[in-house]
Design a protein around this ligand. Structure first.
Ligand SMILES: [Ca+2]
Ligand SMILES: [Ca+2]
Ligand SMILES: [Ca+2]
Ligand SMILES: [Ca+2]
Length: 368
């Protein structure tokens, strides 16, 4: 019944991500394209309004959720679209006139989900900060004082609770080139139970947060880029006590998610991703999407959303001079014009893109 109210609220316009030099073959998807296997383990949750369980694995195909619905207390029904943010994550199976839309799929204790890309996902040296693919779940942070997010809140006036940096339901991630038994490589960080796990760090951000310019009061702008890694150098502890606005600014154009570097498991490429619930946790991971990171050279070399002197230090260490290439291993992204050297032309691009410390750098500085 309630879906009538929902449909009447038009979904916000989804602005296409600014076209940047991509390397994907024509006609391929940046996101997982096929469900190979879904084994629901133990019990999984259901949508609070429709009562439909999160058991449709196709929810993990395609891009991550940008906008989900509001969350009124029953018997009121959802009637508005709210952007996904670090304290408000995808959580819905909503009904439409044709069939239900599943934002996420839940794996359940002892379960697994195997997805396939329609092309090899490369360990490309031009991928930002080494990250090659990103898994999106619905892990979330909490607001200070136990407050619940409301889209009418001023994100600069509420804060992230430092006692609970993230509520995660970690899933173990493995990759394979063929999907055959014995070919899987599992990501693991023995020093950190939450690192390199699906549905953990970082929560998804659906839209870029900007300070509204009157007369607009809308902080949430164009959709974030789910193929752009979240800064790998920022621990979750760094978010505790920040305002929601400052927390979202740390994402820049990135949609967050957990980033994975194929170098860590010794693969040059993969095509299959497996996410398993580990028996060690009494949780059921939710998966929204898996993306192939877009290889592109942008002078935010340290992936912290700005272009500043720290990025220049990286550039300087990579400089070769004209026609003195190829750039050293690890310096491929400093060849901003992709002509096999790191020279004054590349420096000119860096200069055009300088935003200053802590200020979001915009991709249009790369020029047409
Ligand atoms: Ca890599
Ligand atoms: Ca999804
Ligand atoms: Ca930077
Ligand atoms: Ca160059």
């Amino acid at each position: 019944m309630w879906h009538v109210a929902l449909i009447s609220a038009a979904l916000p316009v989804q602005v296409a991500v600014v076209g940047l030099a991509g390397t994907l073959p024509a006609g391929t998807s940046e996101f997982a394209a096929e469900v190979v296997e879904y084994v629901q383990g133990g019990p999984i949750p259901a949508d609070a309004w429709t009562g439909i369980p999160f058991n449709n694995p196709a929810a993990a195909l395609g891009p991550p959720t940008v906008d989900t619905t509001d969350d009124p207390a029953p018997p009121a029904i959802p009637a508005d679209w709210w952007p996904v943010n670090p304290v408000y994550q995808p959580f819905r199976v909503y009904e439409t006139e044709s069939e239900p839309v599943f934002e996420i799929v839940s794996i359940g204790q002892g379960g697994r989900l195997v997805l396939k890309f329609d092309h090899p996902v490369l360990n490309d040296p031009r991928n930002p900060c080494g990250v090659d693919f990103i898994v999106f779940g619905n892990a979330n942070m909490r607001l200070c004082g136990g407050a619940y997010w409301n889209n009418g809140m001023d994100p600069s006036a509420v804060c992230i609770d430092s006692r609970y940096a993230v509520r995660a339901e970690p899933g173990v991630v493995s990759v394979s080139q063929t999907g055959e038994p014995g070919t899987w490589r599992t990501f693991n960080d023995p020093n950190d139970a939450l690192a390199l796990k699906a549905d953990s760090w970082a929560p998804t951000l659906g839209r870029v947060l900007r300070v509204p310019i009157p007369p607009s009061t809308n902080w949430w702008a164009e959709p974030t880029d789910p193929t752009l890694p979240f800064t790998p150098n920022l621990p979750m502890a760094a978010f505790g006590g920040l305002s929601m606005a400052d927390a979202c600014r740390l994402y820049g154009h990135s949609a967050g998610g957990t980033g994975f570097d194929l170098s860590r498991v010794g693969l040059d490429w993969m095509q299959y991703v497996r996410i398993e619930q580990s028996g060690n946790w009494d949780v059921t991971p939710e998966i929204d999407a898996v993306s192939d990171v877009r290889a592109f050279a942008f002078p935010d070399f340290d992936c912290d959303t700005d272009v500043d002197s720290a990025d220049f230090e990286v550039f300087e260490a990579c400089a070769t001079g004209p026609a003195m290439g190829p750039p050293a291993s690890g310096c491929e992204r400093a060849d901003l014009d992709d002509d096999g050297d790191v020279d004054a032309v590349d420096f000119g691009i860096y200069q055009r893109c300088i935003s200053g410390p802590g200020r979001l750098a915009e991709f249009d500085c790369l020029g047409a």
